[in-house]
Design a protein around this ligand. Structure first.
Ligand code: SF4
Length: 473
């Protein structure tokens, strides 16, 4: 059978899956599955239970236990709300988290860890209240639906399966991070997206893409890619397309083509150089310096603002997101006090981070939720000031790197040794443990954040002392 996830991302995964069913999910895949199981359990806990008047059940909630046959039985019995449903369409097996009787048919509902809708003043988007699913009517709220490919395909496929049984109500719904609302949308536009996905041809071989990093088949695919010296080893995704169009399909081909910087990059890749300077390295230094990094839980909020001041690490934590505002204000007060005190005593001041998109986003979002317009203006002034320096921007302008220029790549080249090997995805799971009270998880997250603050300082200092010039490795 085929699964809706086969339509998303790397299409070669399905080929590998069919050829190597013995290879189980990667650690990241297992962690993702655990998070979605937790989301489903949280929603199921909110759903209404069966209800009767006398000996007559007028609202029946059943589980189909992921069985197509059980789902058909529940539909035939006229059950109102079916959890863990399974439908089939063509070769596809479609897990439907909830099927609920709706408008003369059944409404398929998917549960996701994405944000299914954003607040959008002035809009009127229909939704169903999860605790009243199958009982209450359609409500409207000021939201804008956000689409995610997998949810879209699952809904469209479920709609087709229901249409074949003459049971489609023409709508589907998604429950995202807000577990209390199922956002409704018509299936017809989703069908068009599905049609486009269904005609994409199945690739005959691997091509490196971002998701390879956490794919269970990487050891197989990387061997094939290395044997072919495939250009995607250096330029993943669509980045190699302009060169493929010129007939260049290998790393060696790119070196031989002598196309300037990209060929230099290919040579560095071949010889194993992590970074190559474009010229002399430089970075600013100040009398008082802060190196900042934050950790957020999905897009729900910041649970840790970390600051390394050159000698000590300071952490402002909100292990429960309900205390997020306190952590933000403590952090902001620490930064602004350090700046005021430095300037008042005639010293220079600079605050550094590595790639400021996340920090700027959360500074603005935090102050919009917790602060005053005056504080928002203060934050905006800071973001636009010369006190706020993005080390990643300095790196990008001064170095090229065949393995990317992320902090985890550049900092070791600058001589920094990371203490642990947590990545962004595992930090999400660790936060859930930390929020549940695990001291071990909290310490790990603090170490992870401190590492990035100190690594930012290490890269800055490496650039500033120009120690890396000619020594890049
Ligand atoms: S390792 Fe990469 S190319 Fe291979 S199946 Fe996985 S995502 Fe696709």
């Amino acid at each position: 059978m085929t699964h809706p996830s086969d339509l998303v991302g790397c299409r070669f995964r399905a080929v590998q899956h069919a050829a190597h069913p013995e290879i189980g999910p990667s650690e990241a895949g297992q962690a993702r599955a655990q998070r979605i199981d937790a989301a489903i359990a949280a929603v199921y806990a909110l759903l209404p239970q069966s209800r009767s008047i006398g000996d007559r059940t007028y609202f029946n909630r059943v589980s189909a236990a992921h069985s197509y046959f059980e789902t058909l039985e529940a539909i035939a019995a006229g059950d109102t709300l079916i959890t863990d449903a399974m439908l089939e369409w063509g070769d596809f097996e479609i897990e439907v988290d909830i099927l609920v009787a709706f408008d003369g048919g059944y409404l398929p509902i998917m549960i996701s860890n994405h944000r299914a809708a954003r607040v959008a003043p002035g809009r009127a988007t229909p939704y169903l209240a999860v605790p009243r699913l199958g009982l209450g009517g359609v409500l409207t709220g000021e939201f804008k639906i956000r689409h995610h490919a997998l949810d879209t395909y699952r809904l469209a496929l479920a709609g087709r399966a229901l249409s074949e049984m003459d049971l489609s109500c023409g709508y589907g719904a998604t429950i995202g991070q807000d577990r209390t609302r199922a956002f409704l949308e018509p299936l017809a536009p989703l069908d068009e997206a599905l049609d486009r996905a269904l005609v994409v041809p199945t690739p005959t071989g691997p091509r490196r893409v971002k998701e390879c990093d956490s794919c269970r088949f990487w050891s197989l695919c990387s061997s094939a890619l290395e044997a072919a010296d495939d250009i995607s080893l250096l330029l993943p995704g669509d980045r190699a397309n302009p060169y493929r169009d010129k007939g260049i399909t290998t790393v060696q081909g790119l070196i031989d083509a002598d196309l300037g910087e990209v060929s230099l990059l290919a040579s560095a890749f071949r010889s194993g150089h992590i970074v190559v300077p474009r010229g002399a390295l430089h970075a600013p230094r100040f009398d008082v310096e802060l190196f900042i990094d934050l950790e957020a839980y999905l897009d729900q909020g910041v649970y840790l603002w970390g600051v390394y001041d050159g000698s000590a690490y300071h952490a402002f934590t909100a292990w429960s997101l309900s205390s997020e505002s306190d952590a933000f204000f403590d952090f902001w007060s620490f930064v602004t006090s350090a700046r005021s005190e430095a300037l008042a005593s005639g010293k220079t001041f600079g605050a550094f981070c590595y790639s400021n998109h996340g920090e700027n986003h959360w500074l603005r979002r935090s102050v919009a939720r917790f602060g005053t317009p005056e504080l928002a203006a203060e934050v905006e002034e800071f973001i636009g000031s010369d006190y706020w320096i993005d080390v990643f921007r300095l790196v990008k302008s001064q170095l090229i790197g065949p393995f990317g220029l992320g902090l985890k790549v550049v900092a070791p080249a600058a001589g920094y040794s990371y203490g642990g090997d947590i990545d962004g995805e595992s930090s999400v799971n660790l936060f859930l443990e930390a929020a549940a009270g695990s001291d071990v998880a909290r310490e790990e997250l603090l170490r992870y954040n401190e590492d990035d603050c100190r690594a930012t300082e290490a890269v800055r200092t490496w650039l500033e002392t120009s120690a890396g010039f000619g020594n890049a490795n």
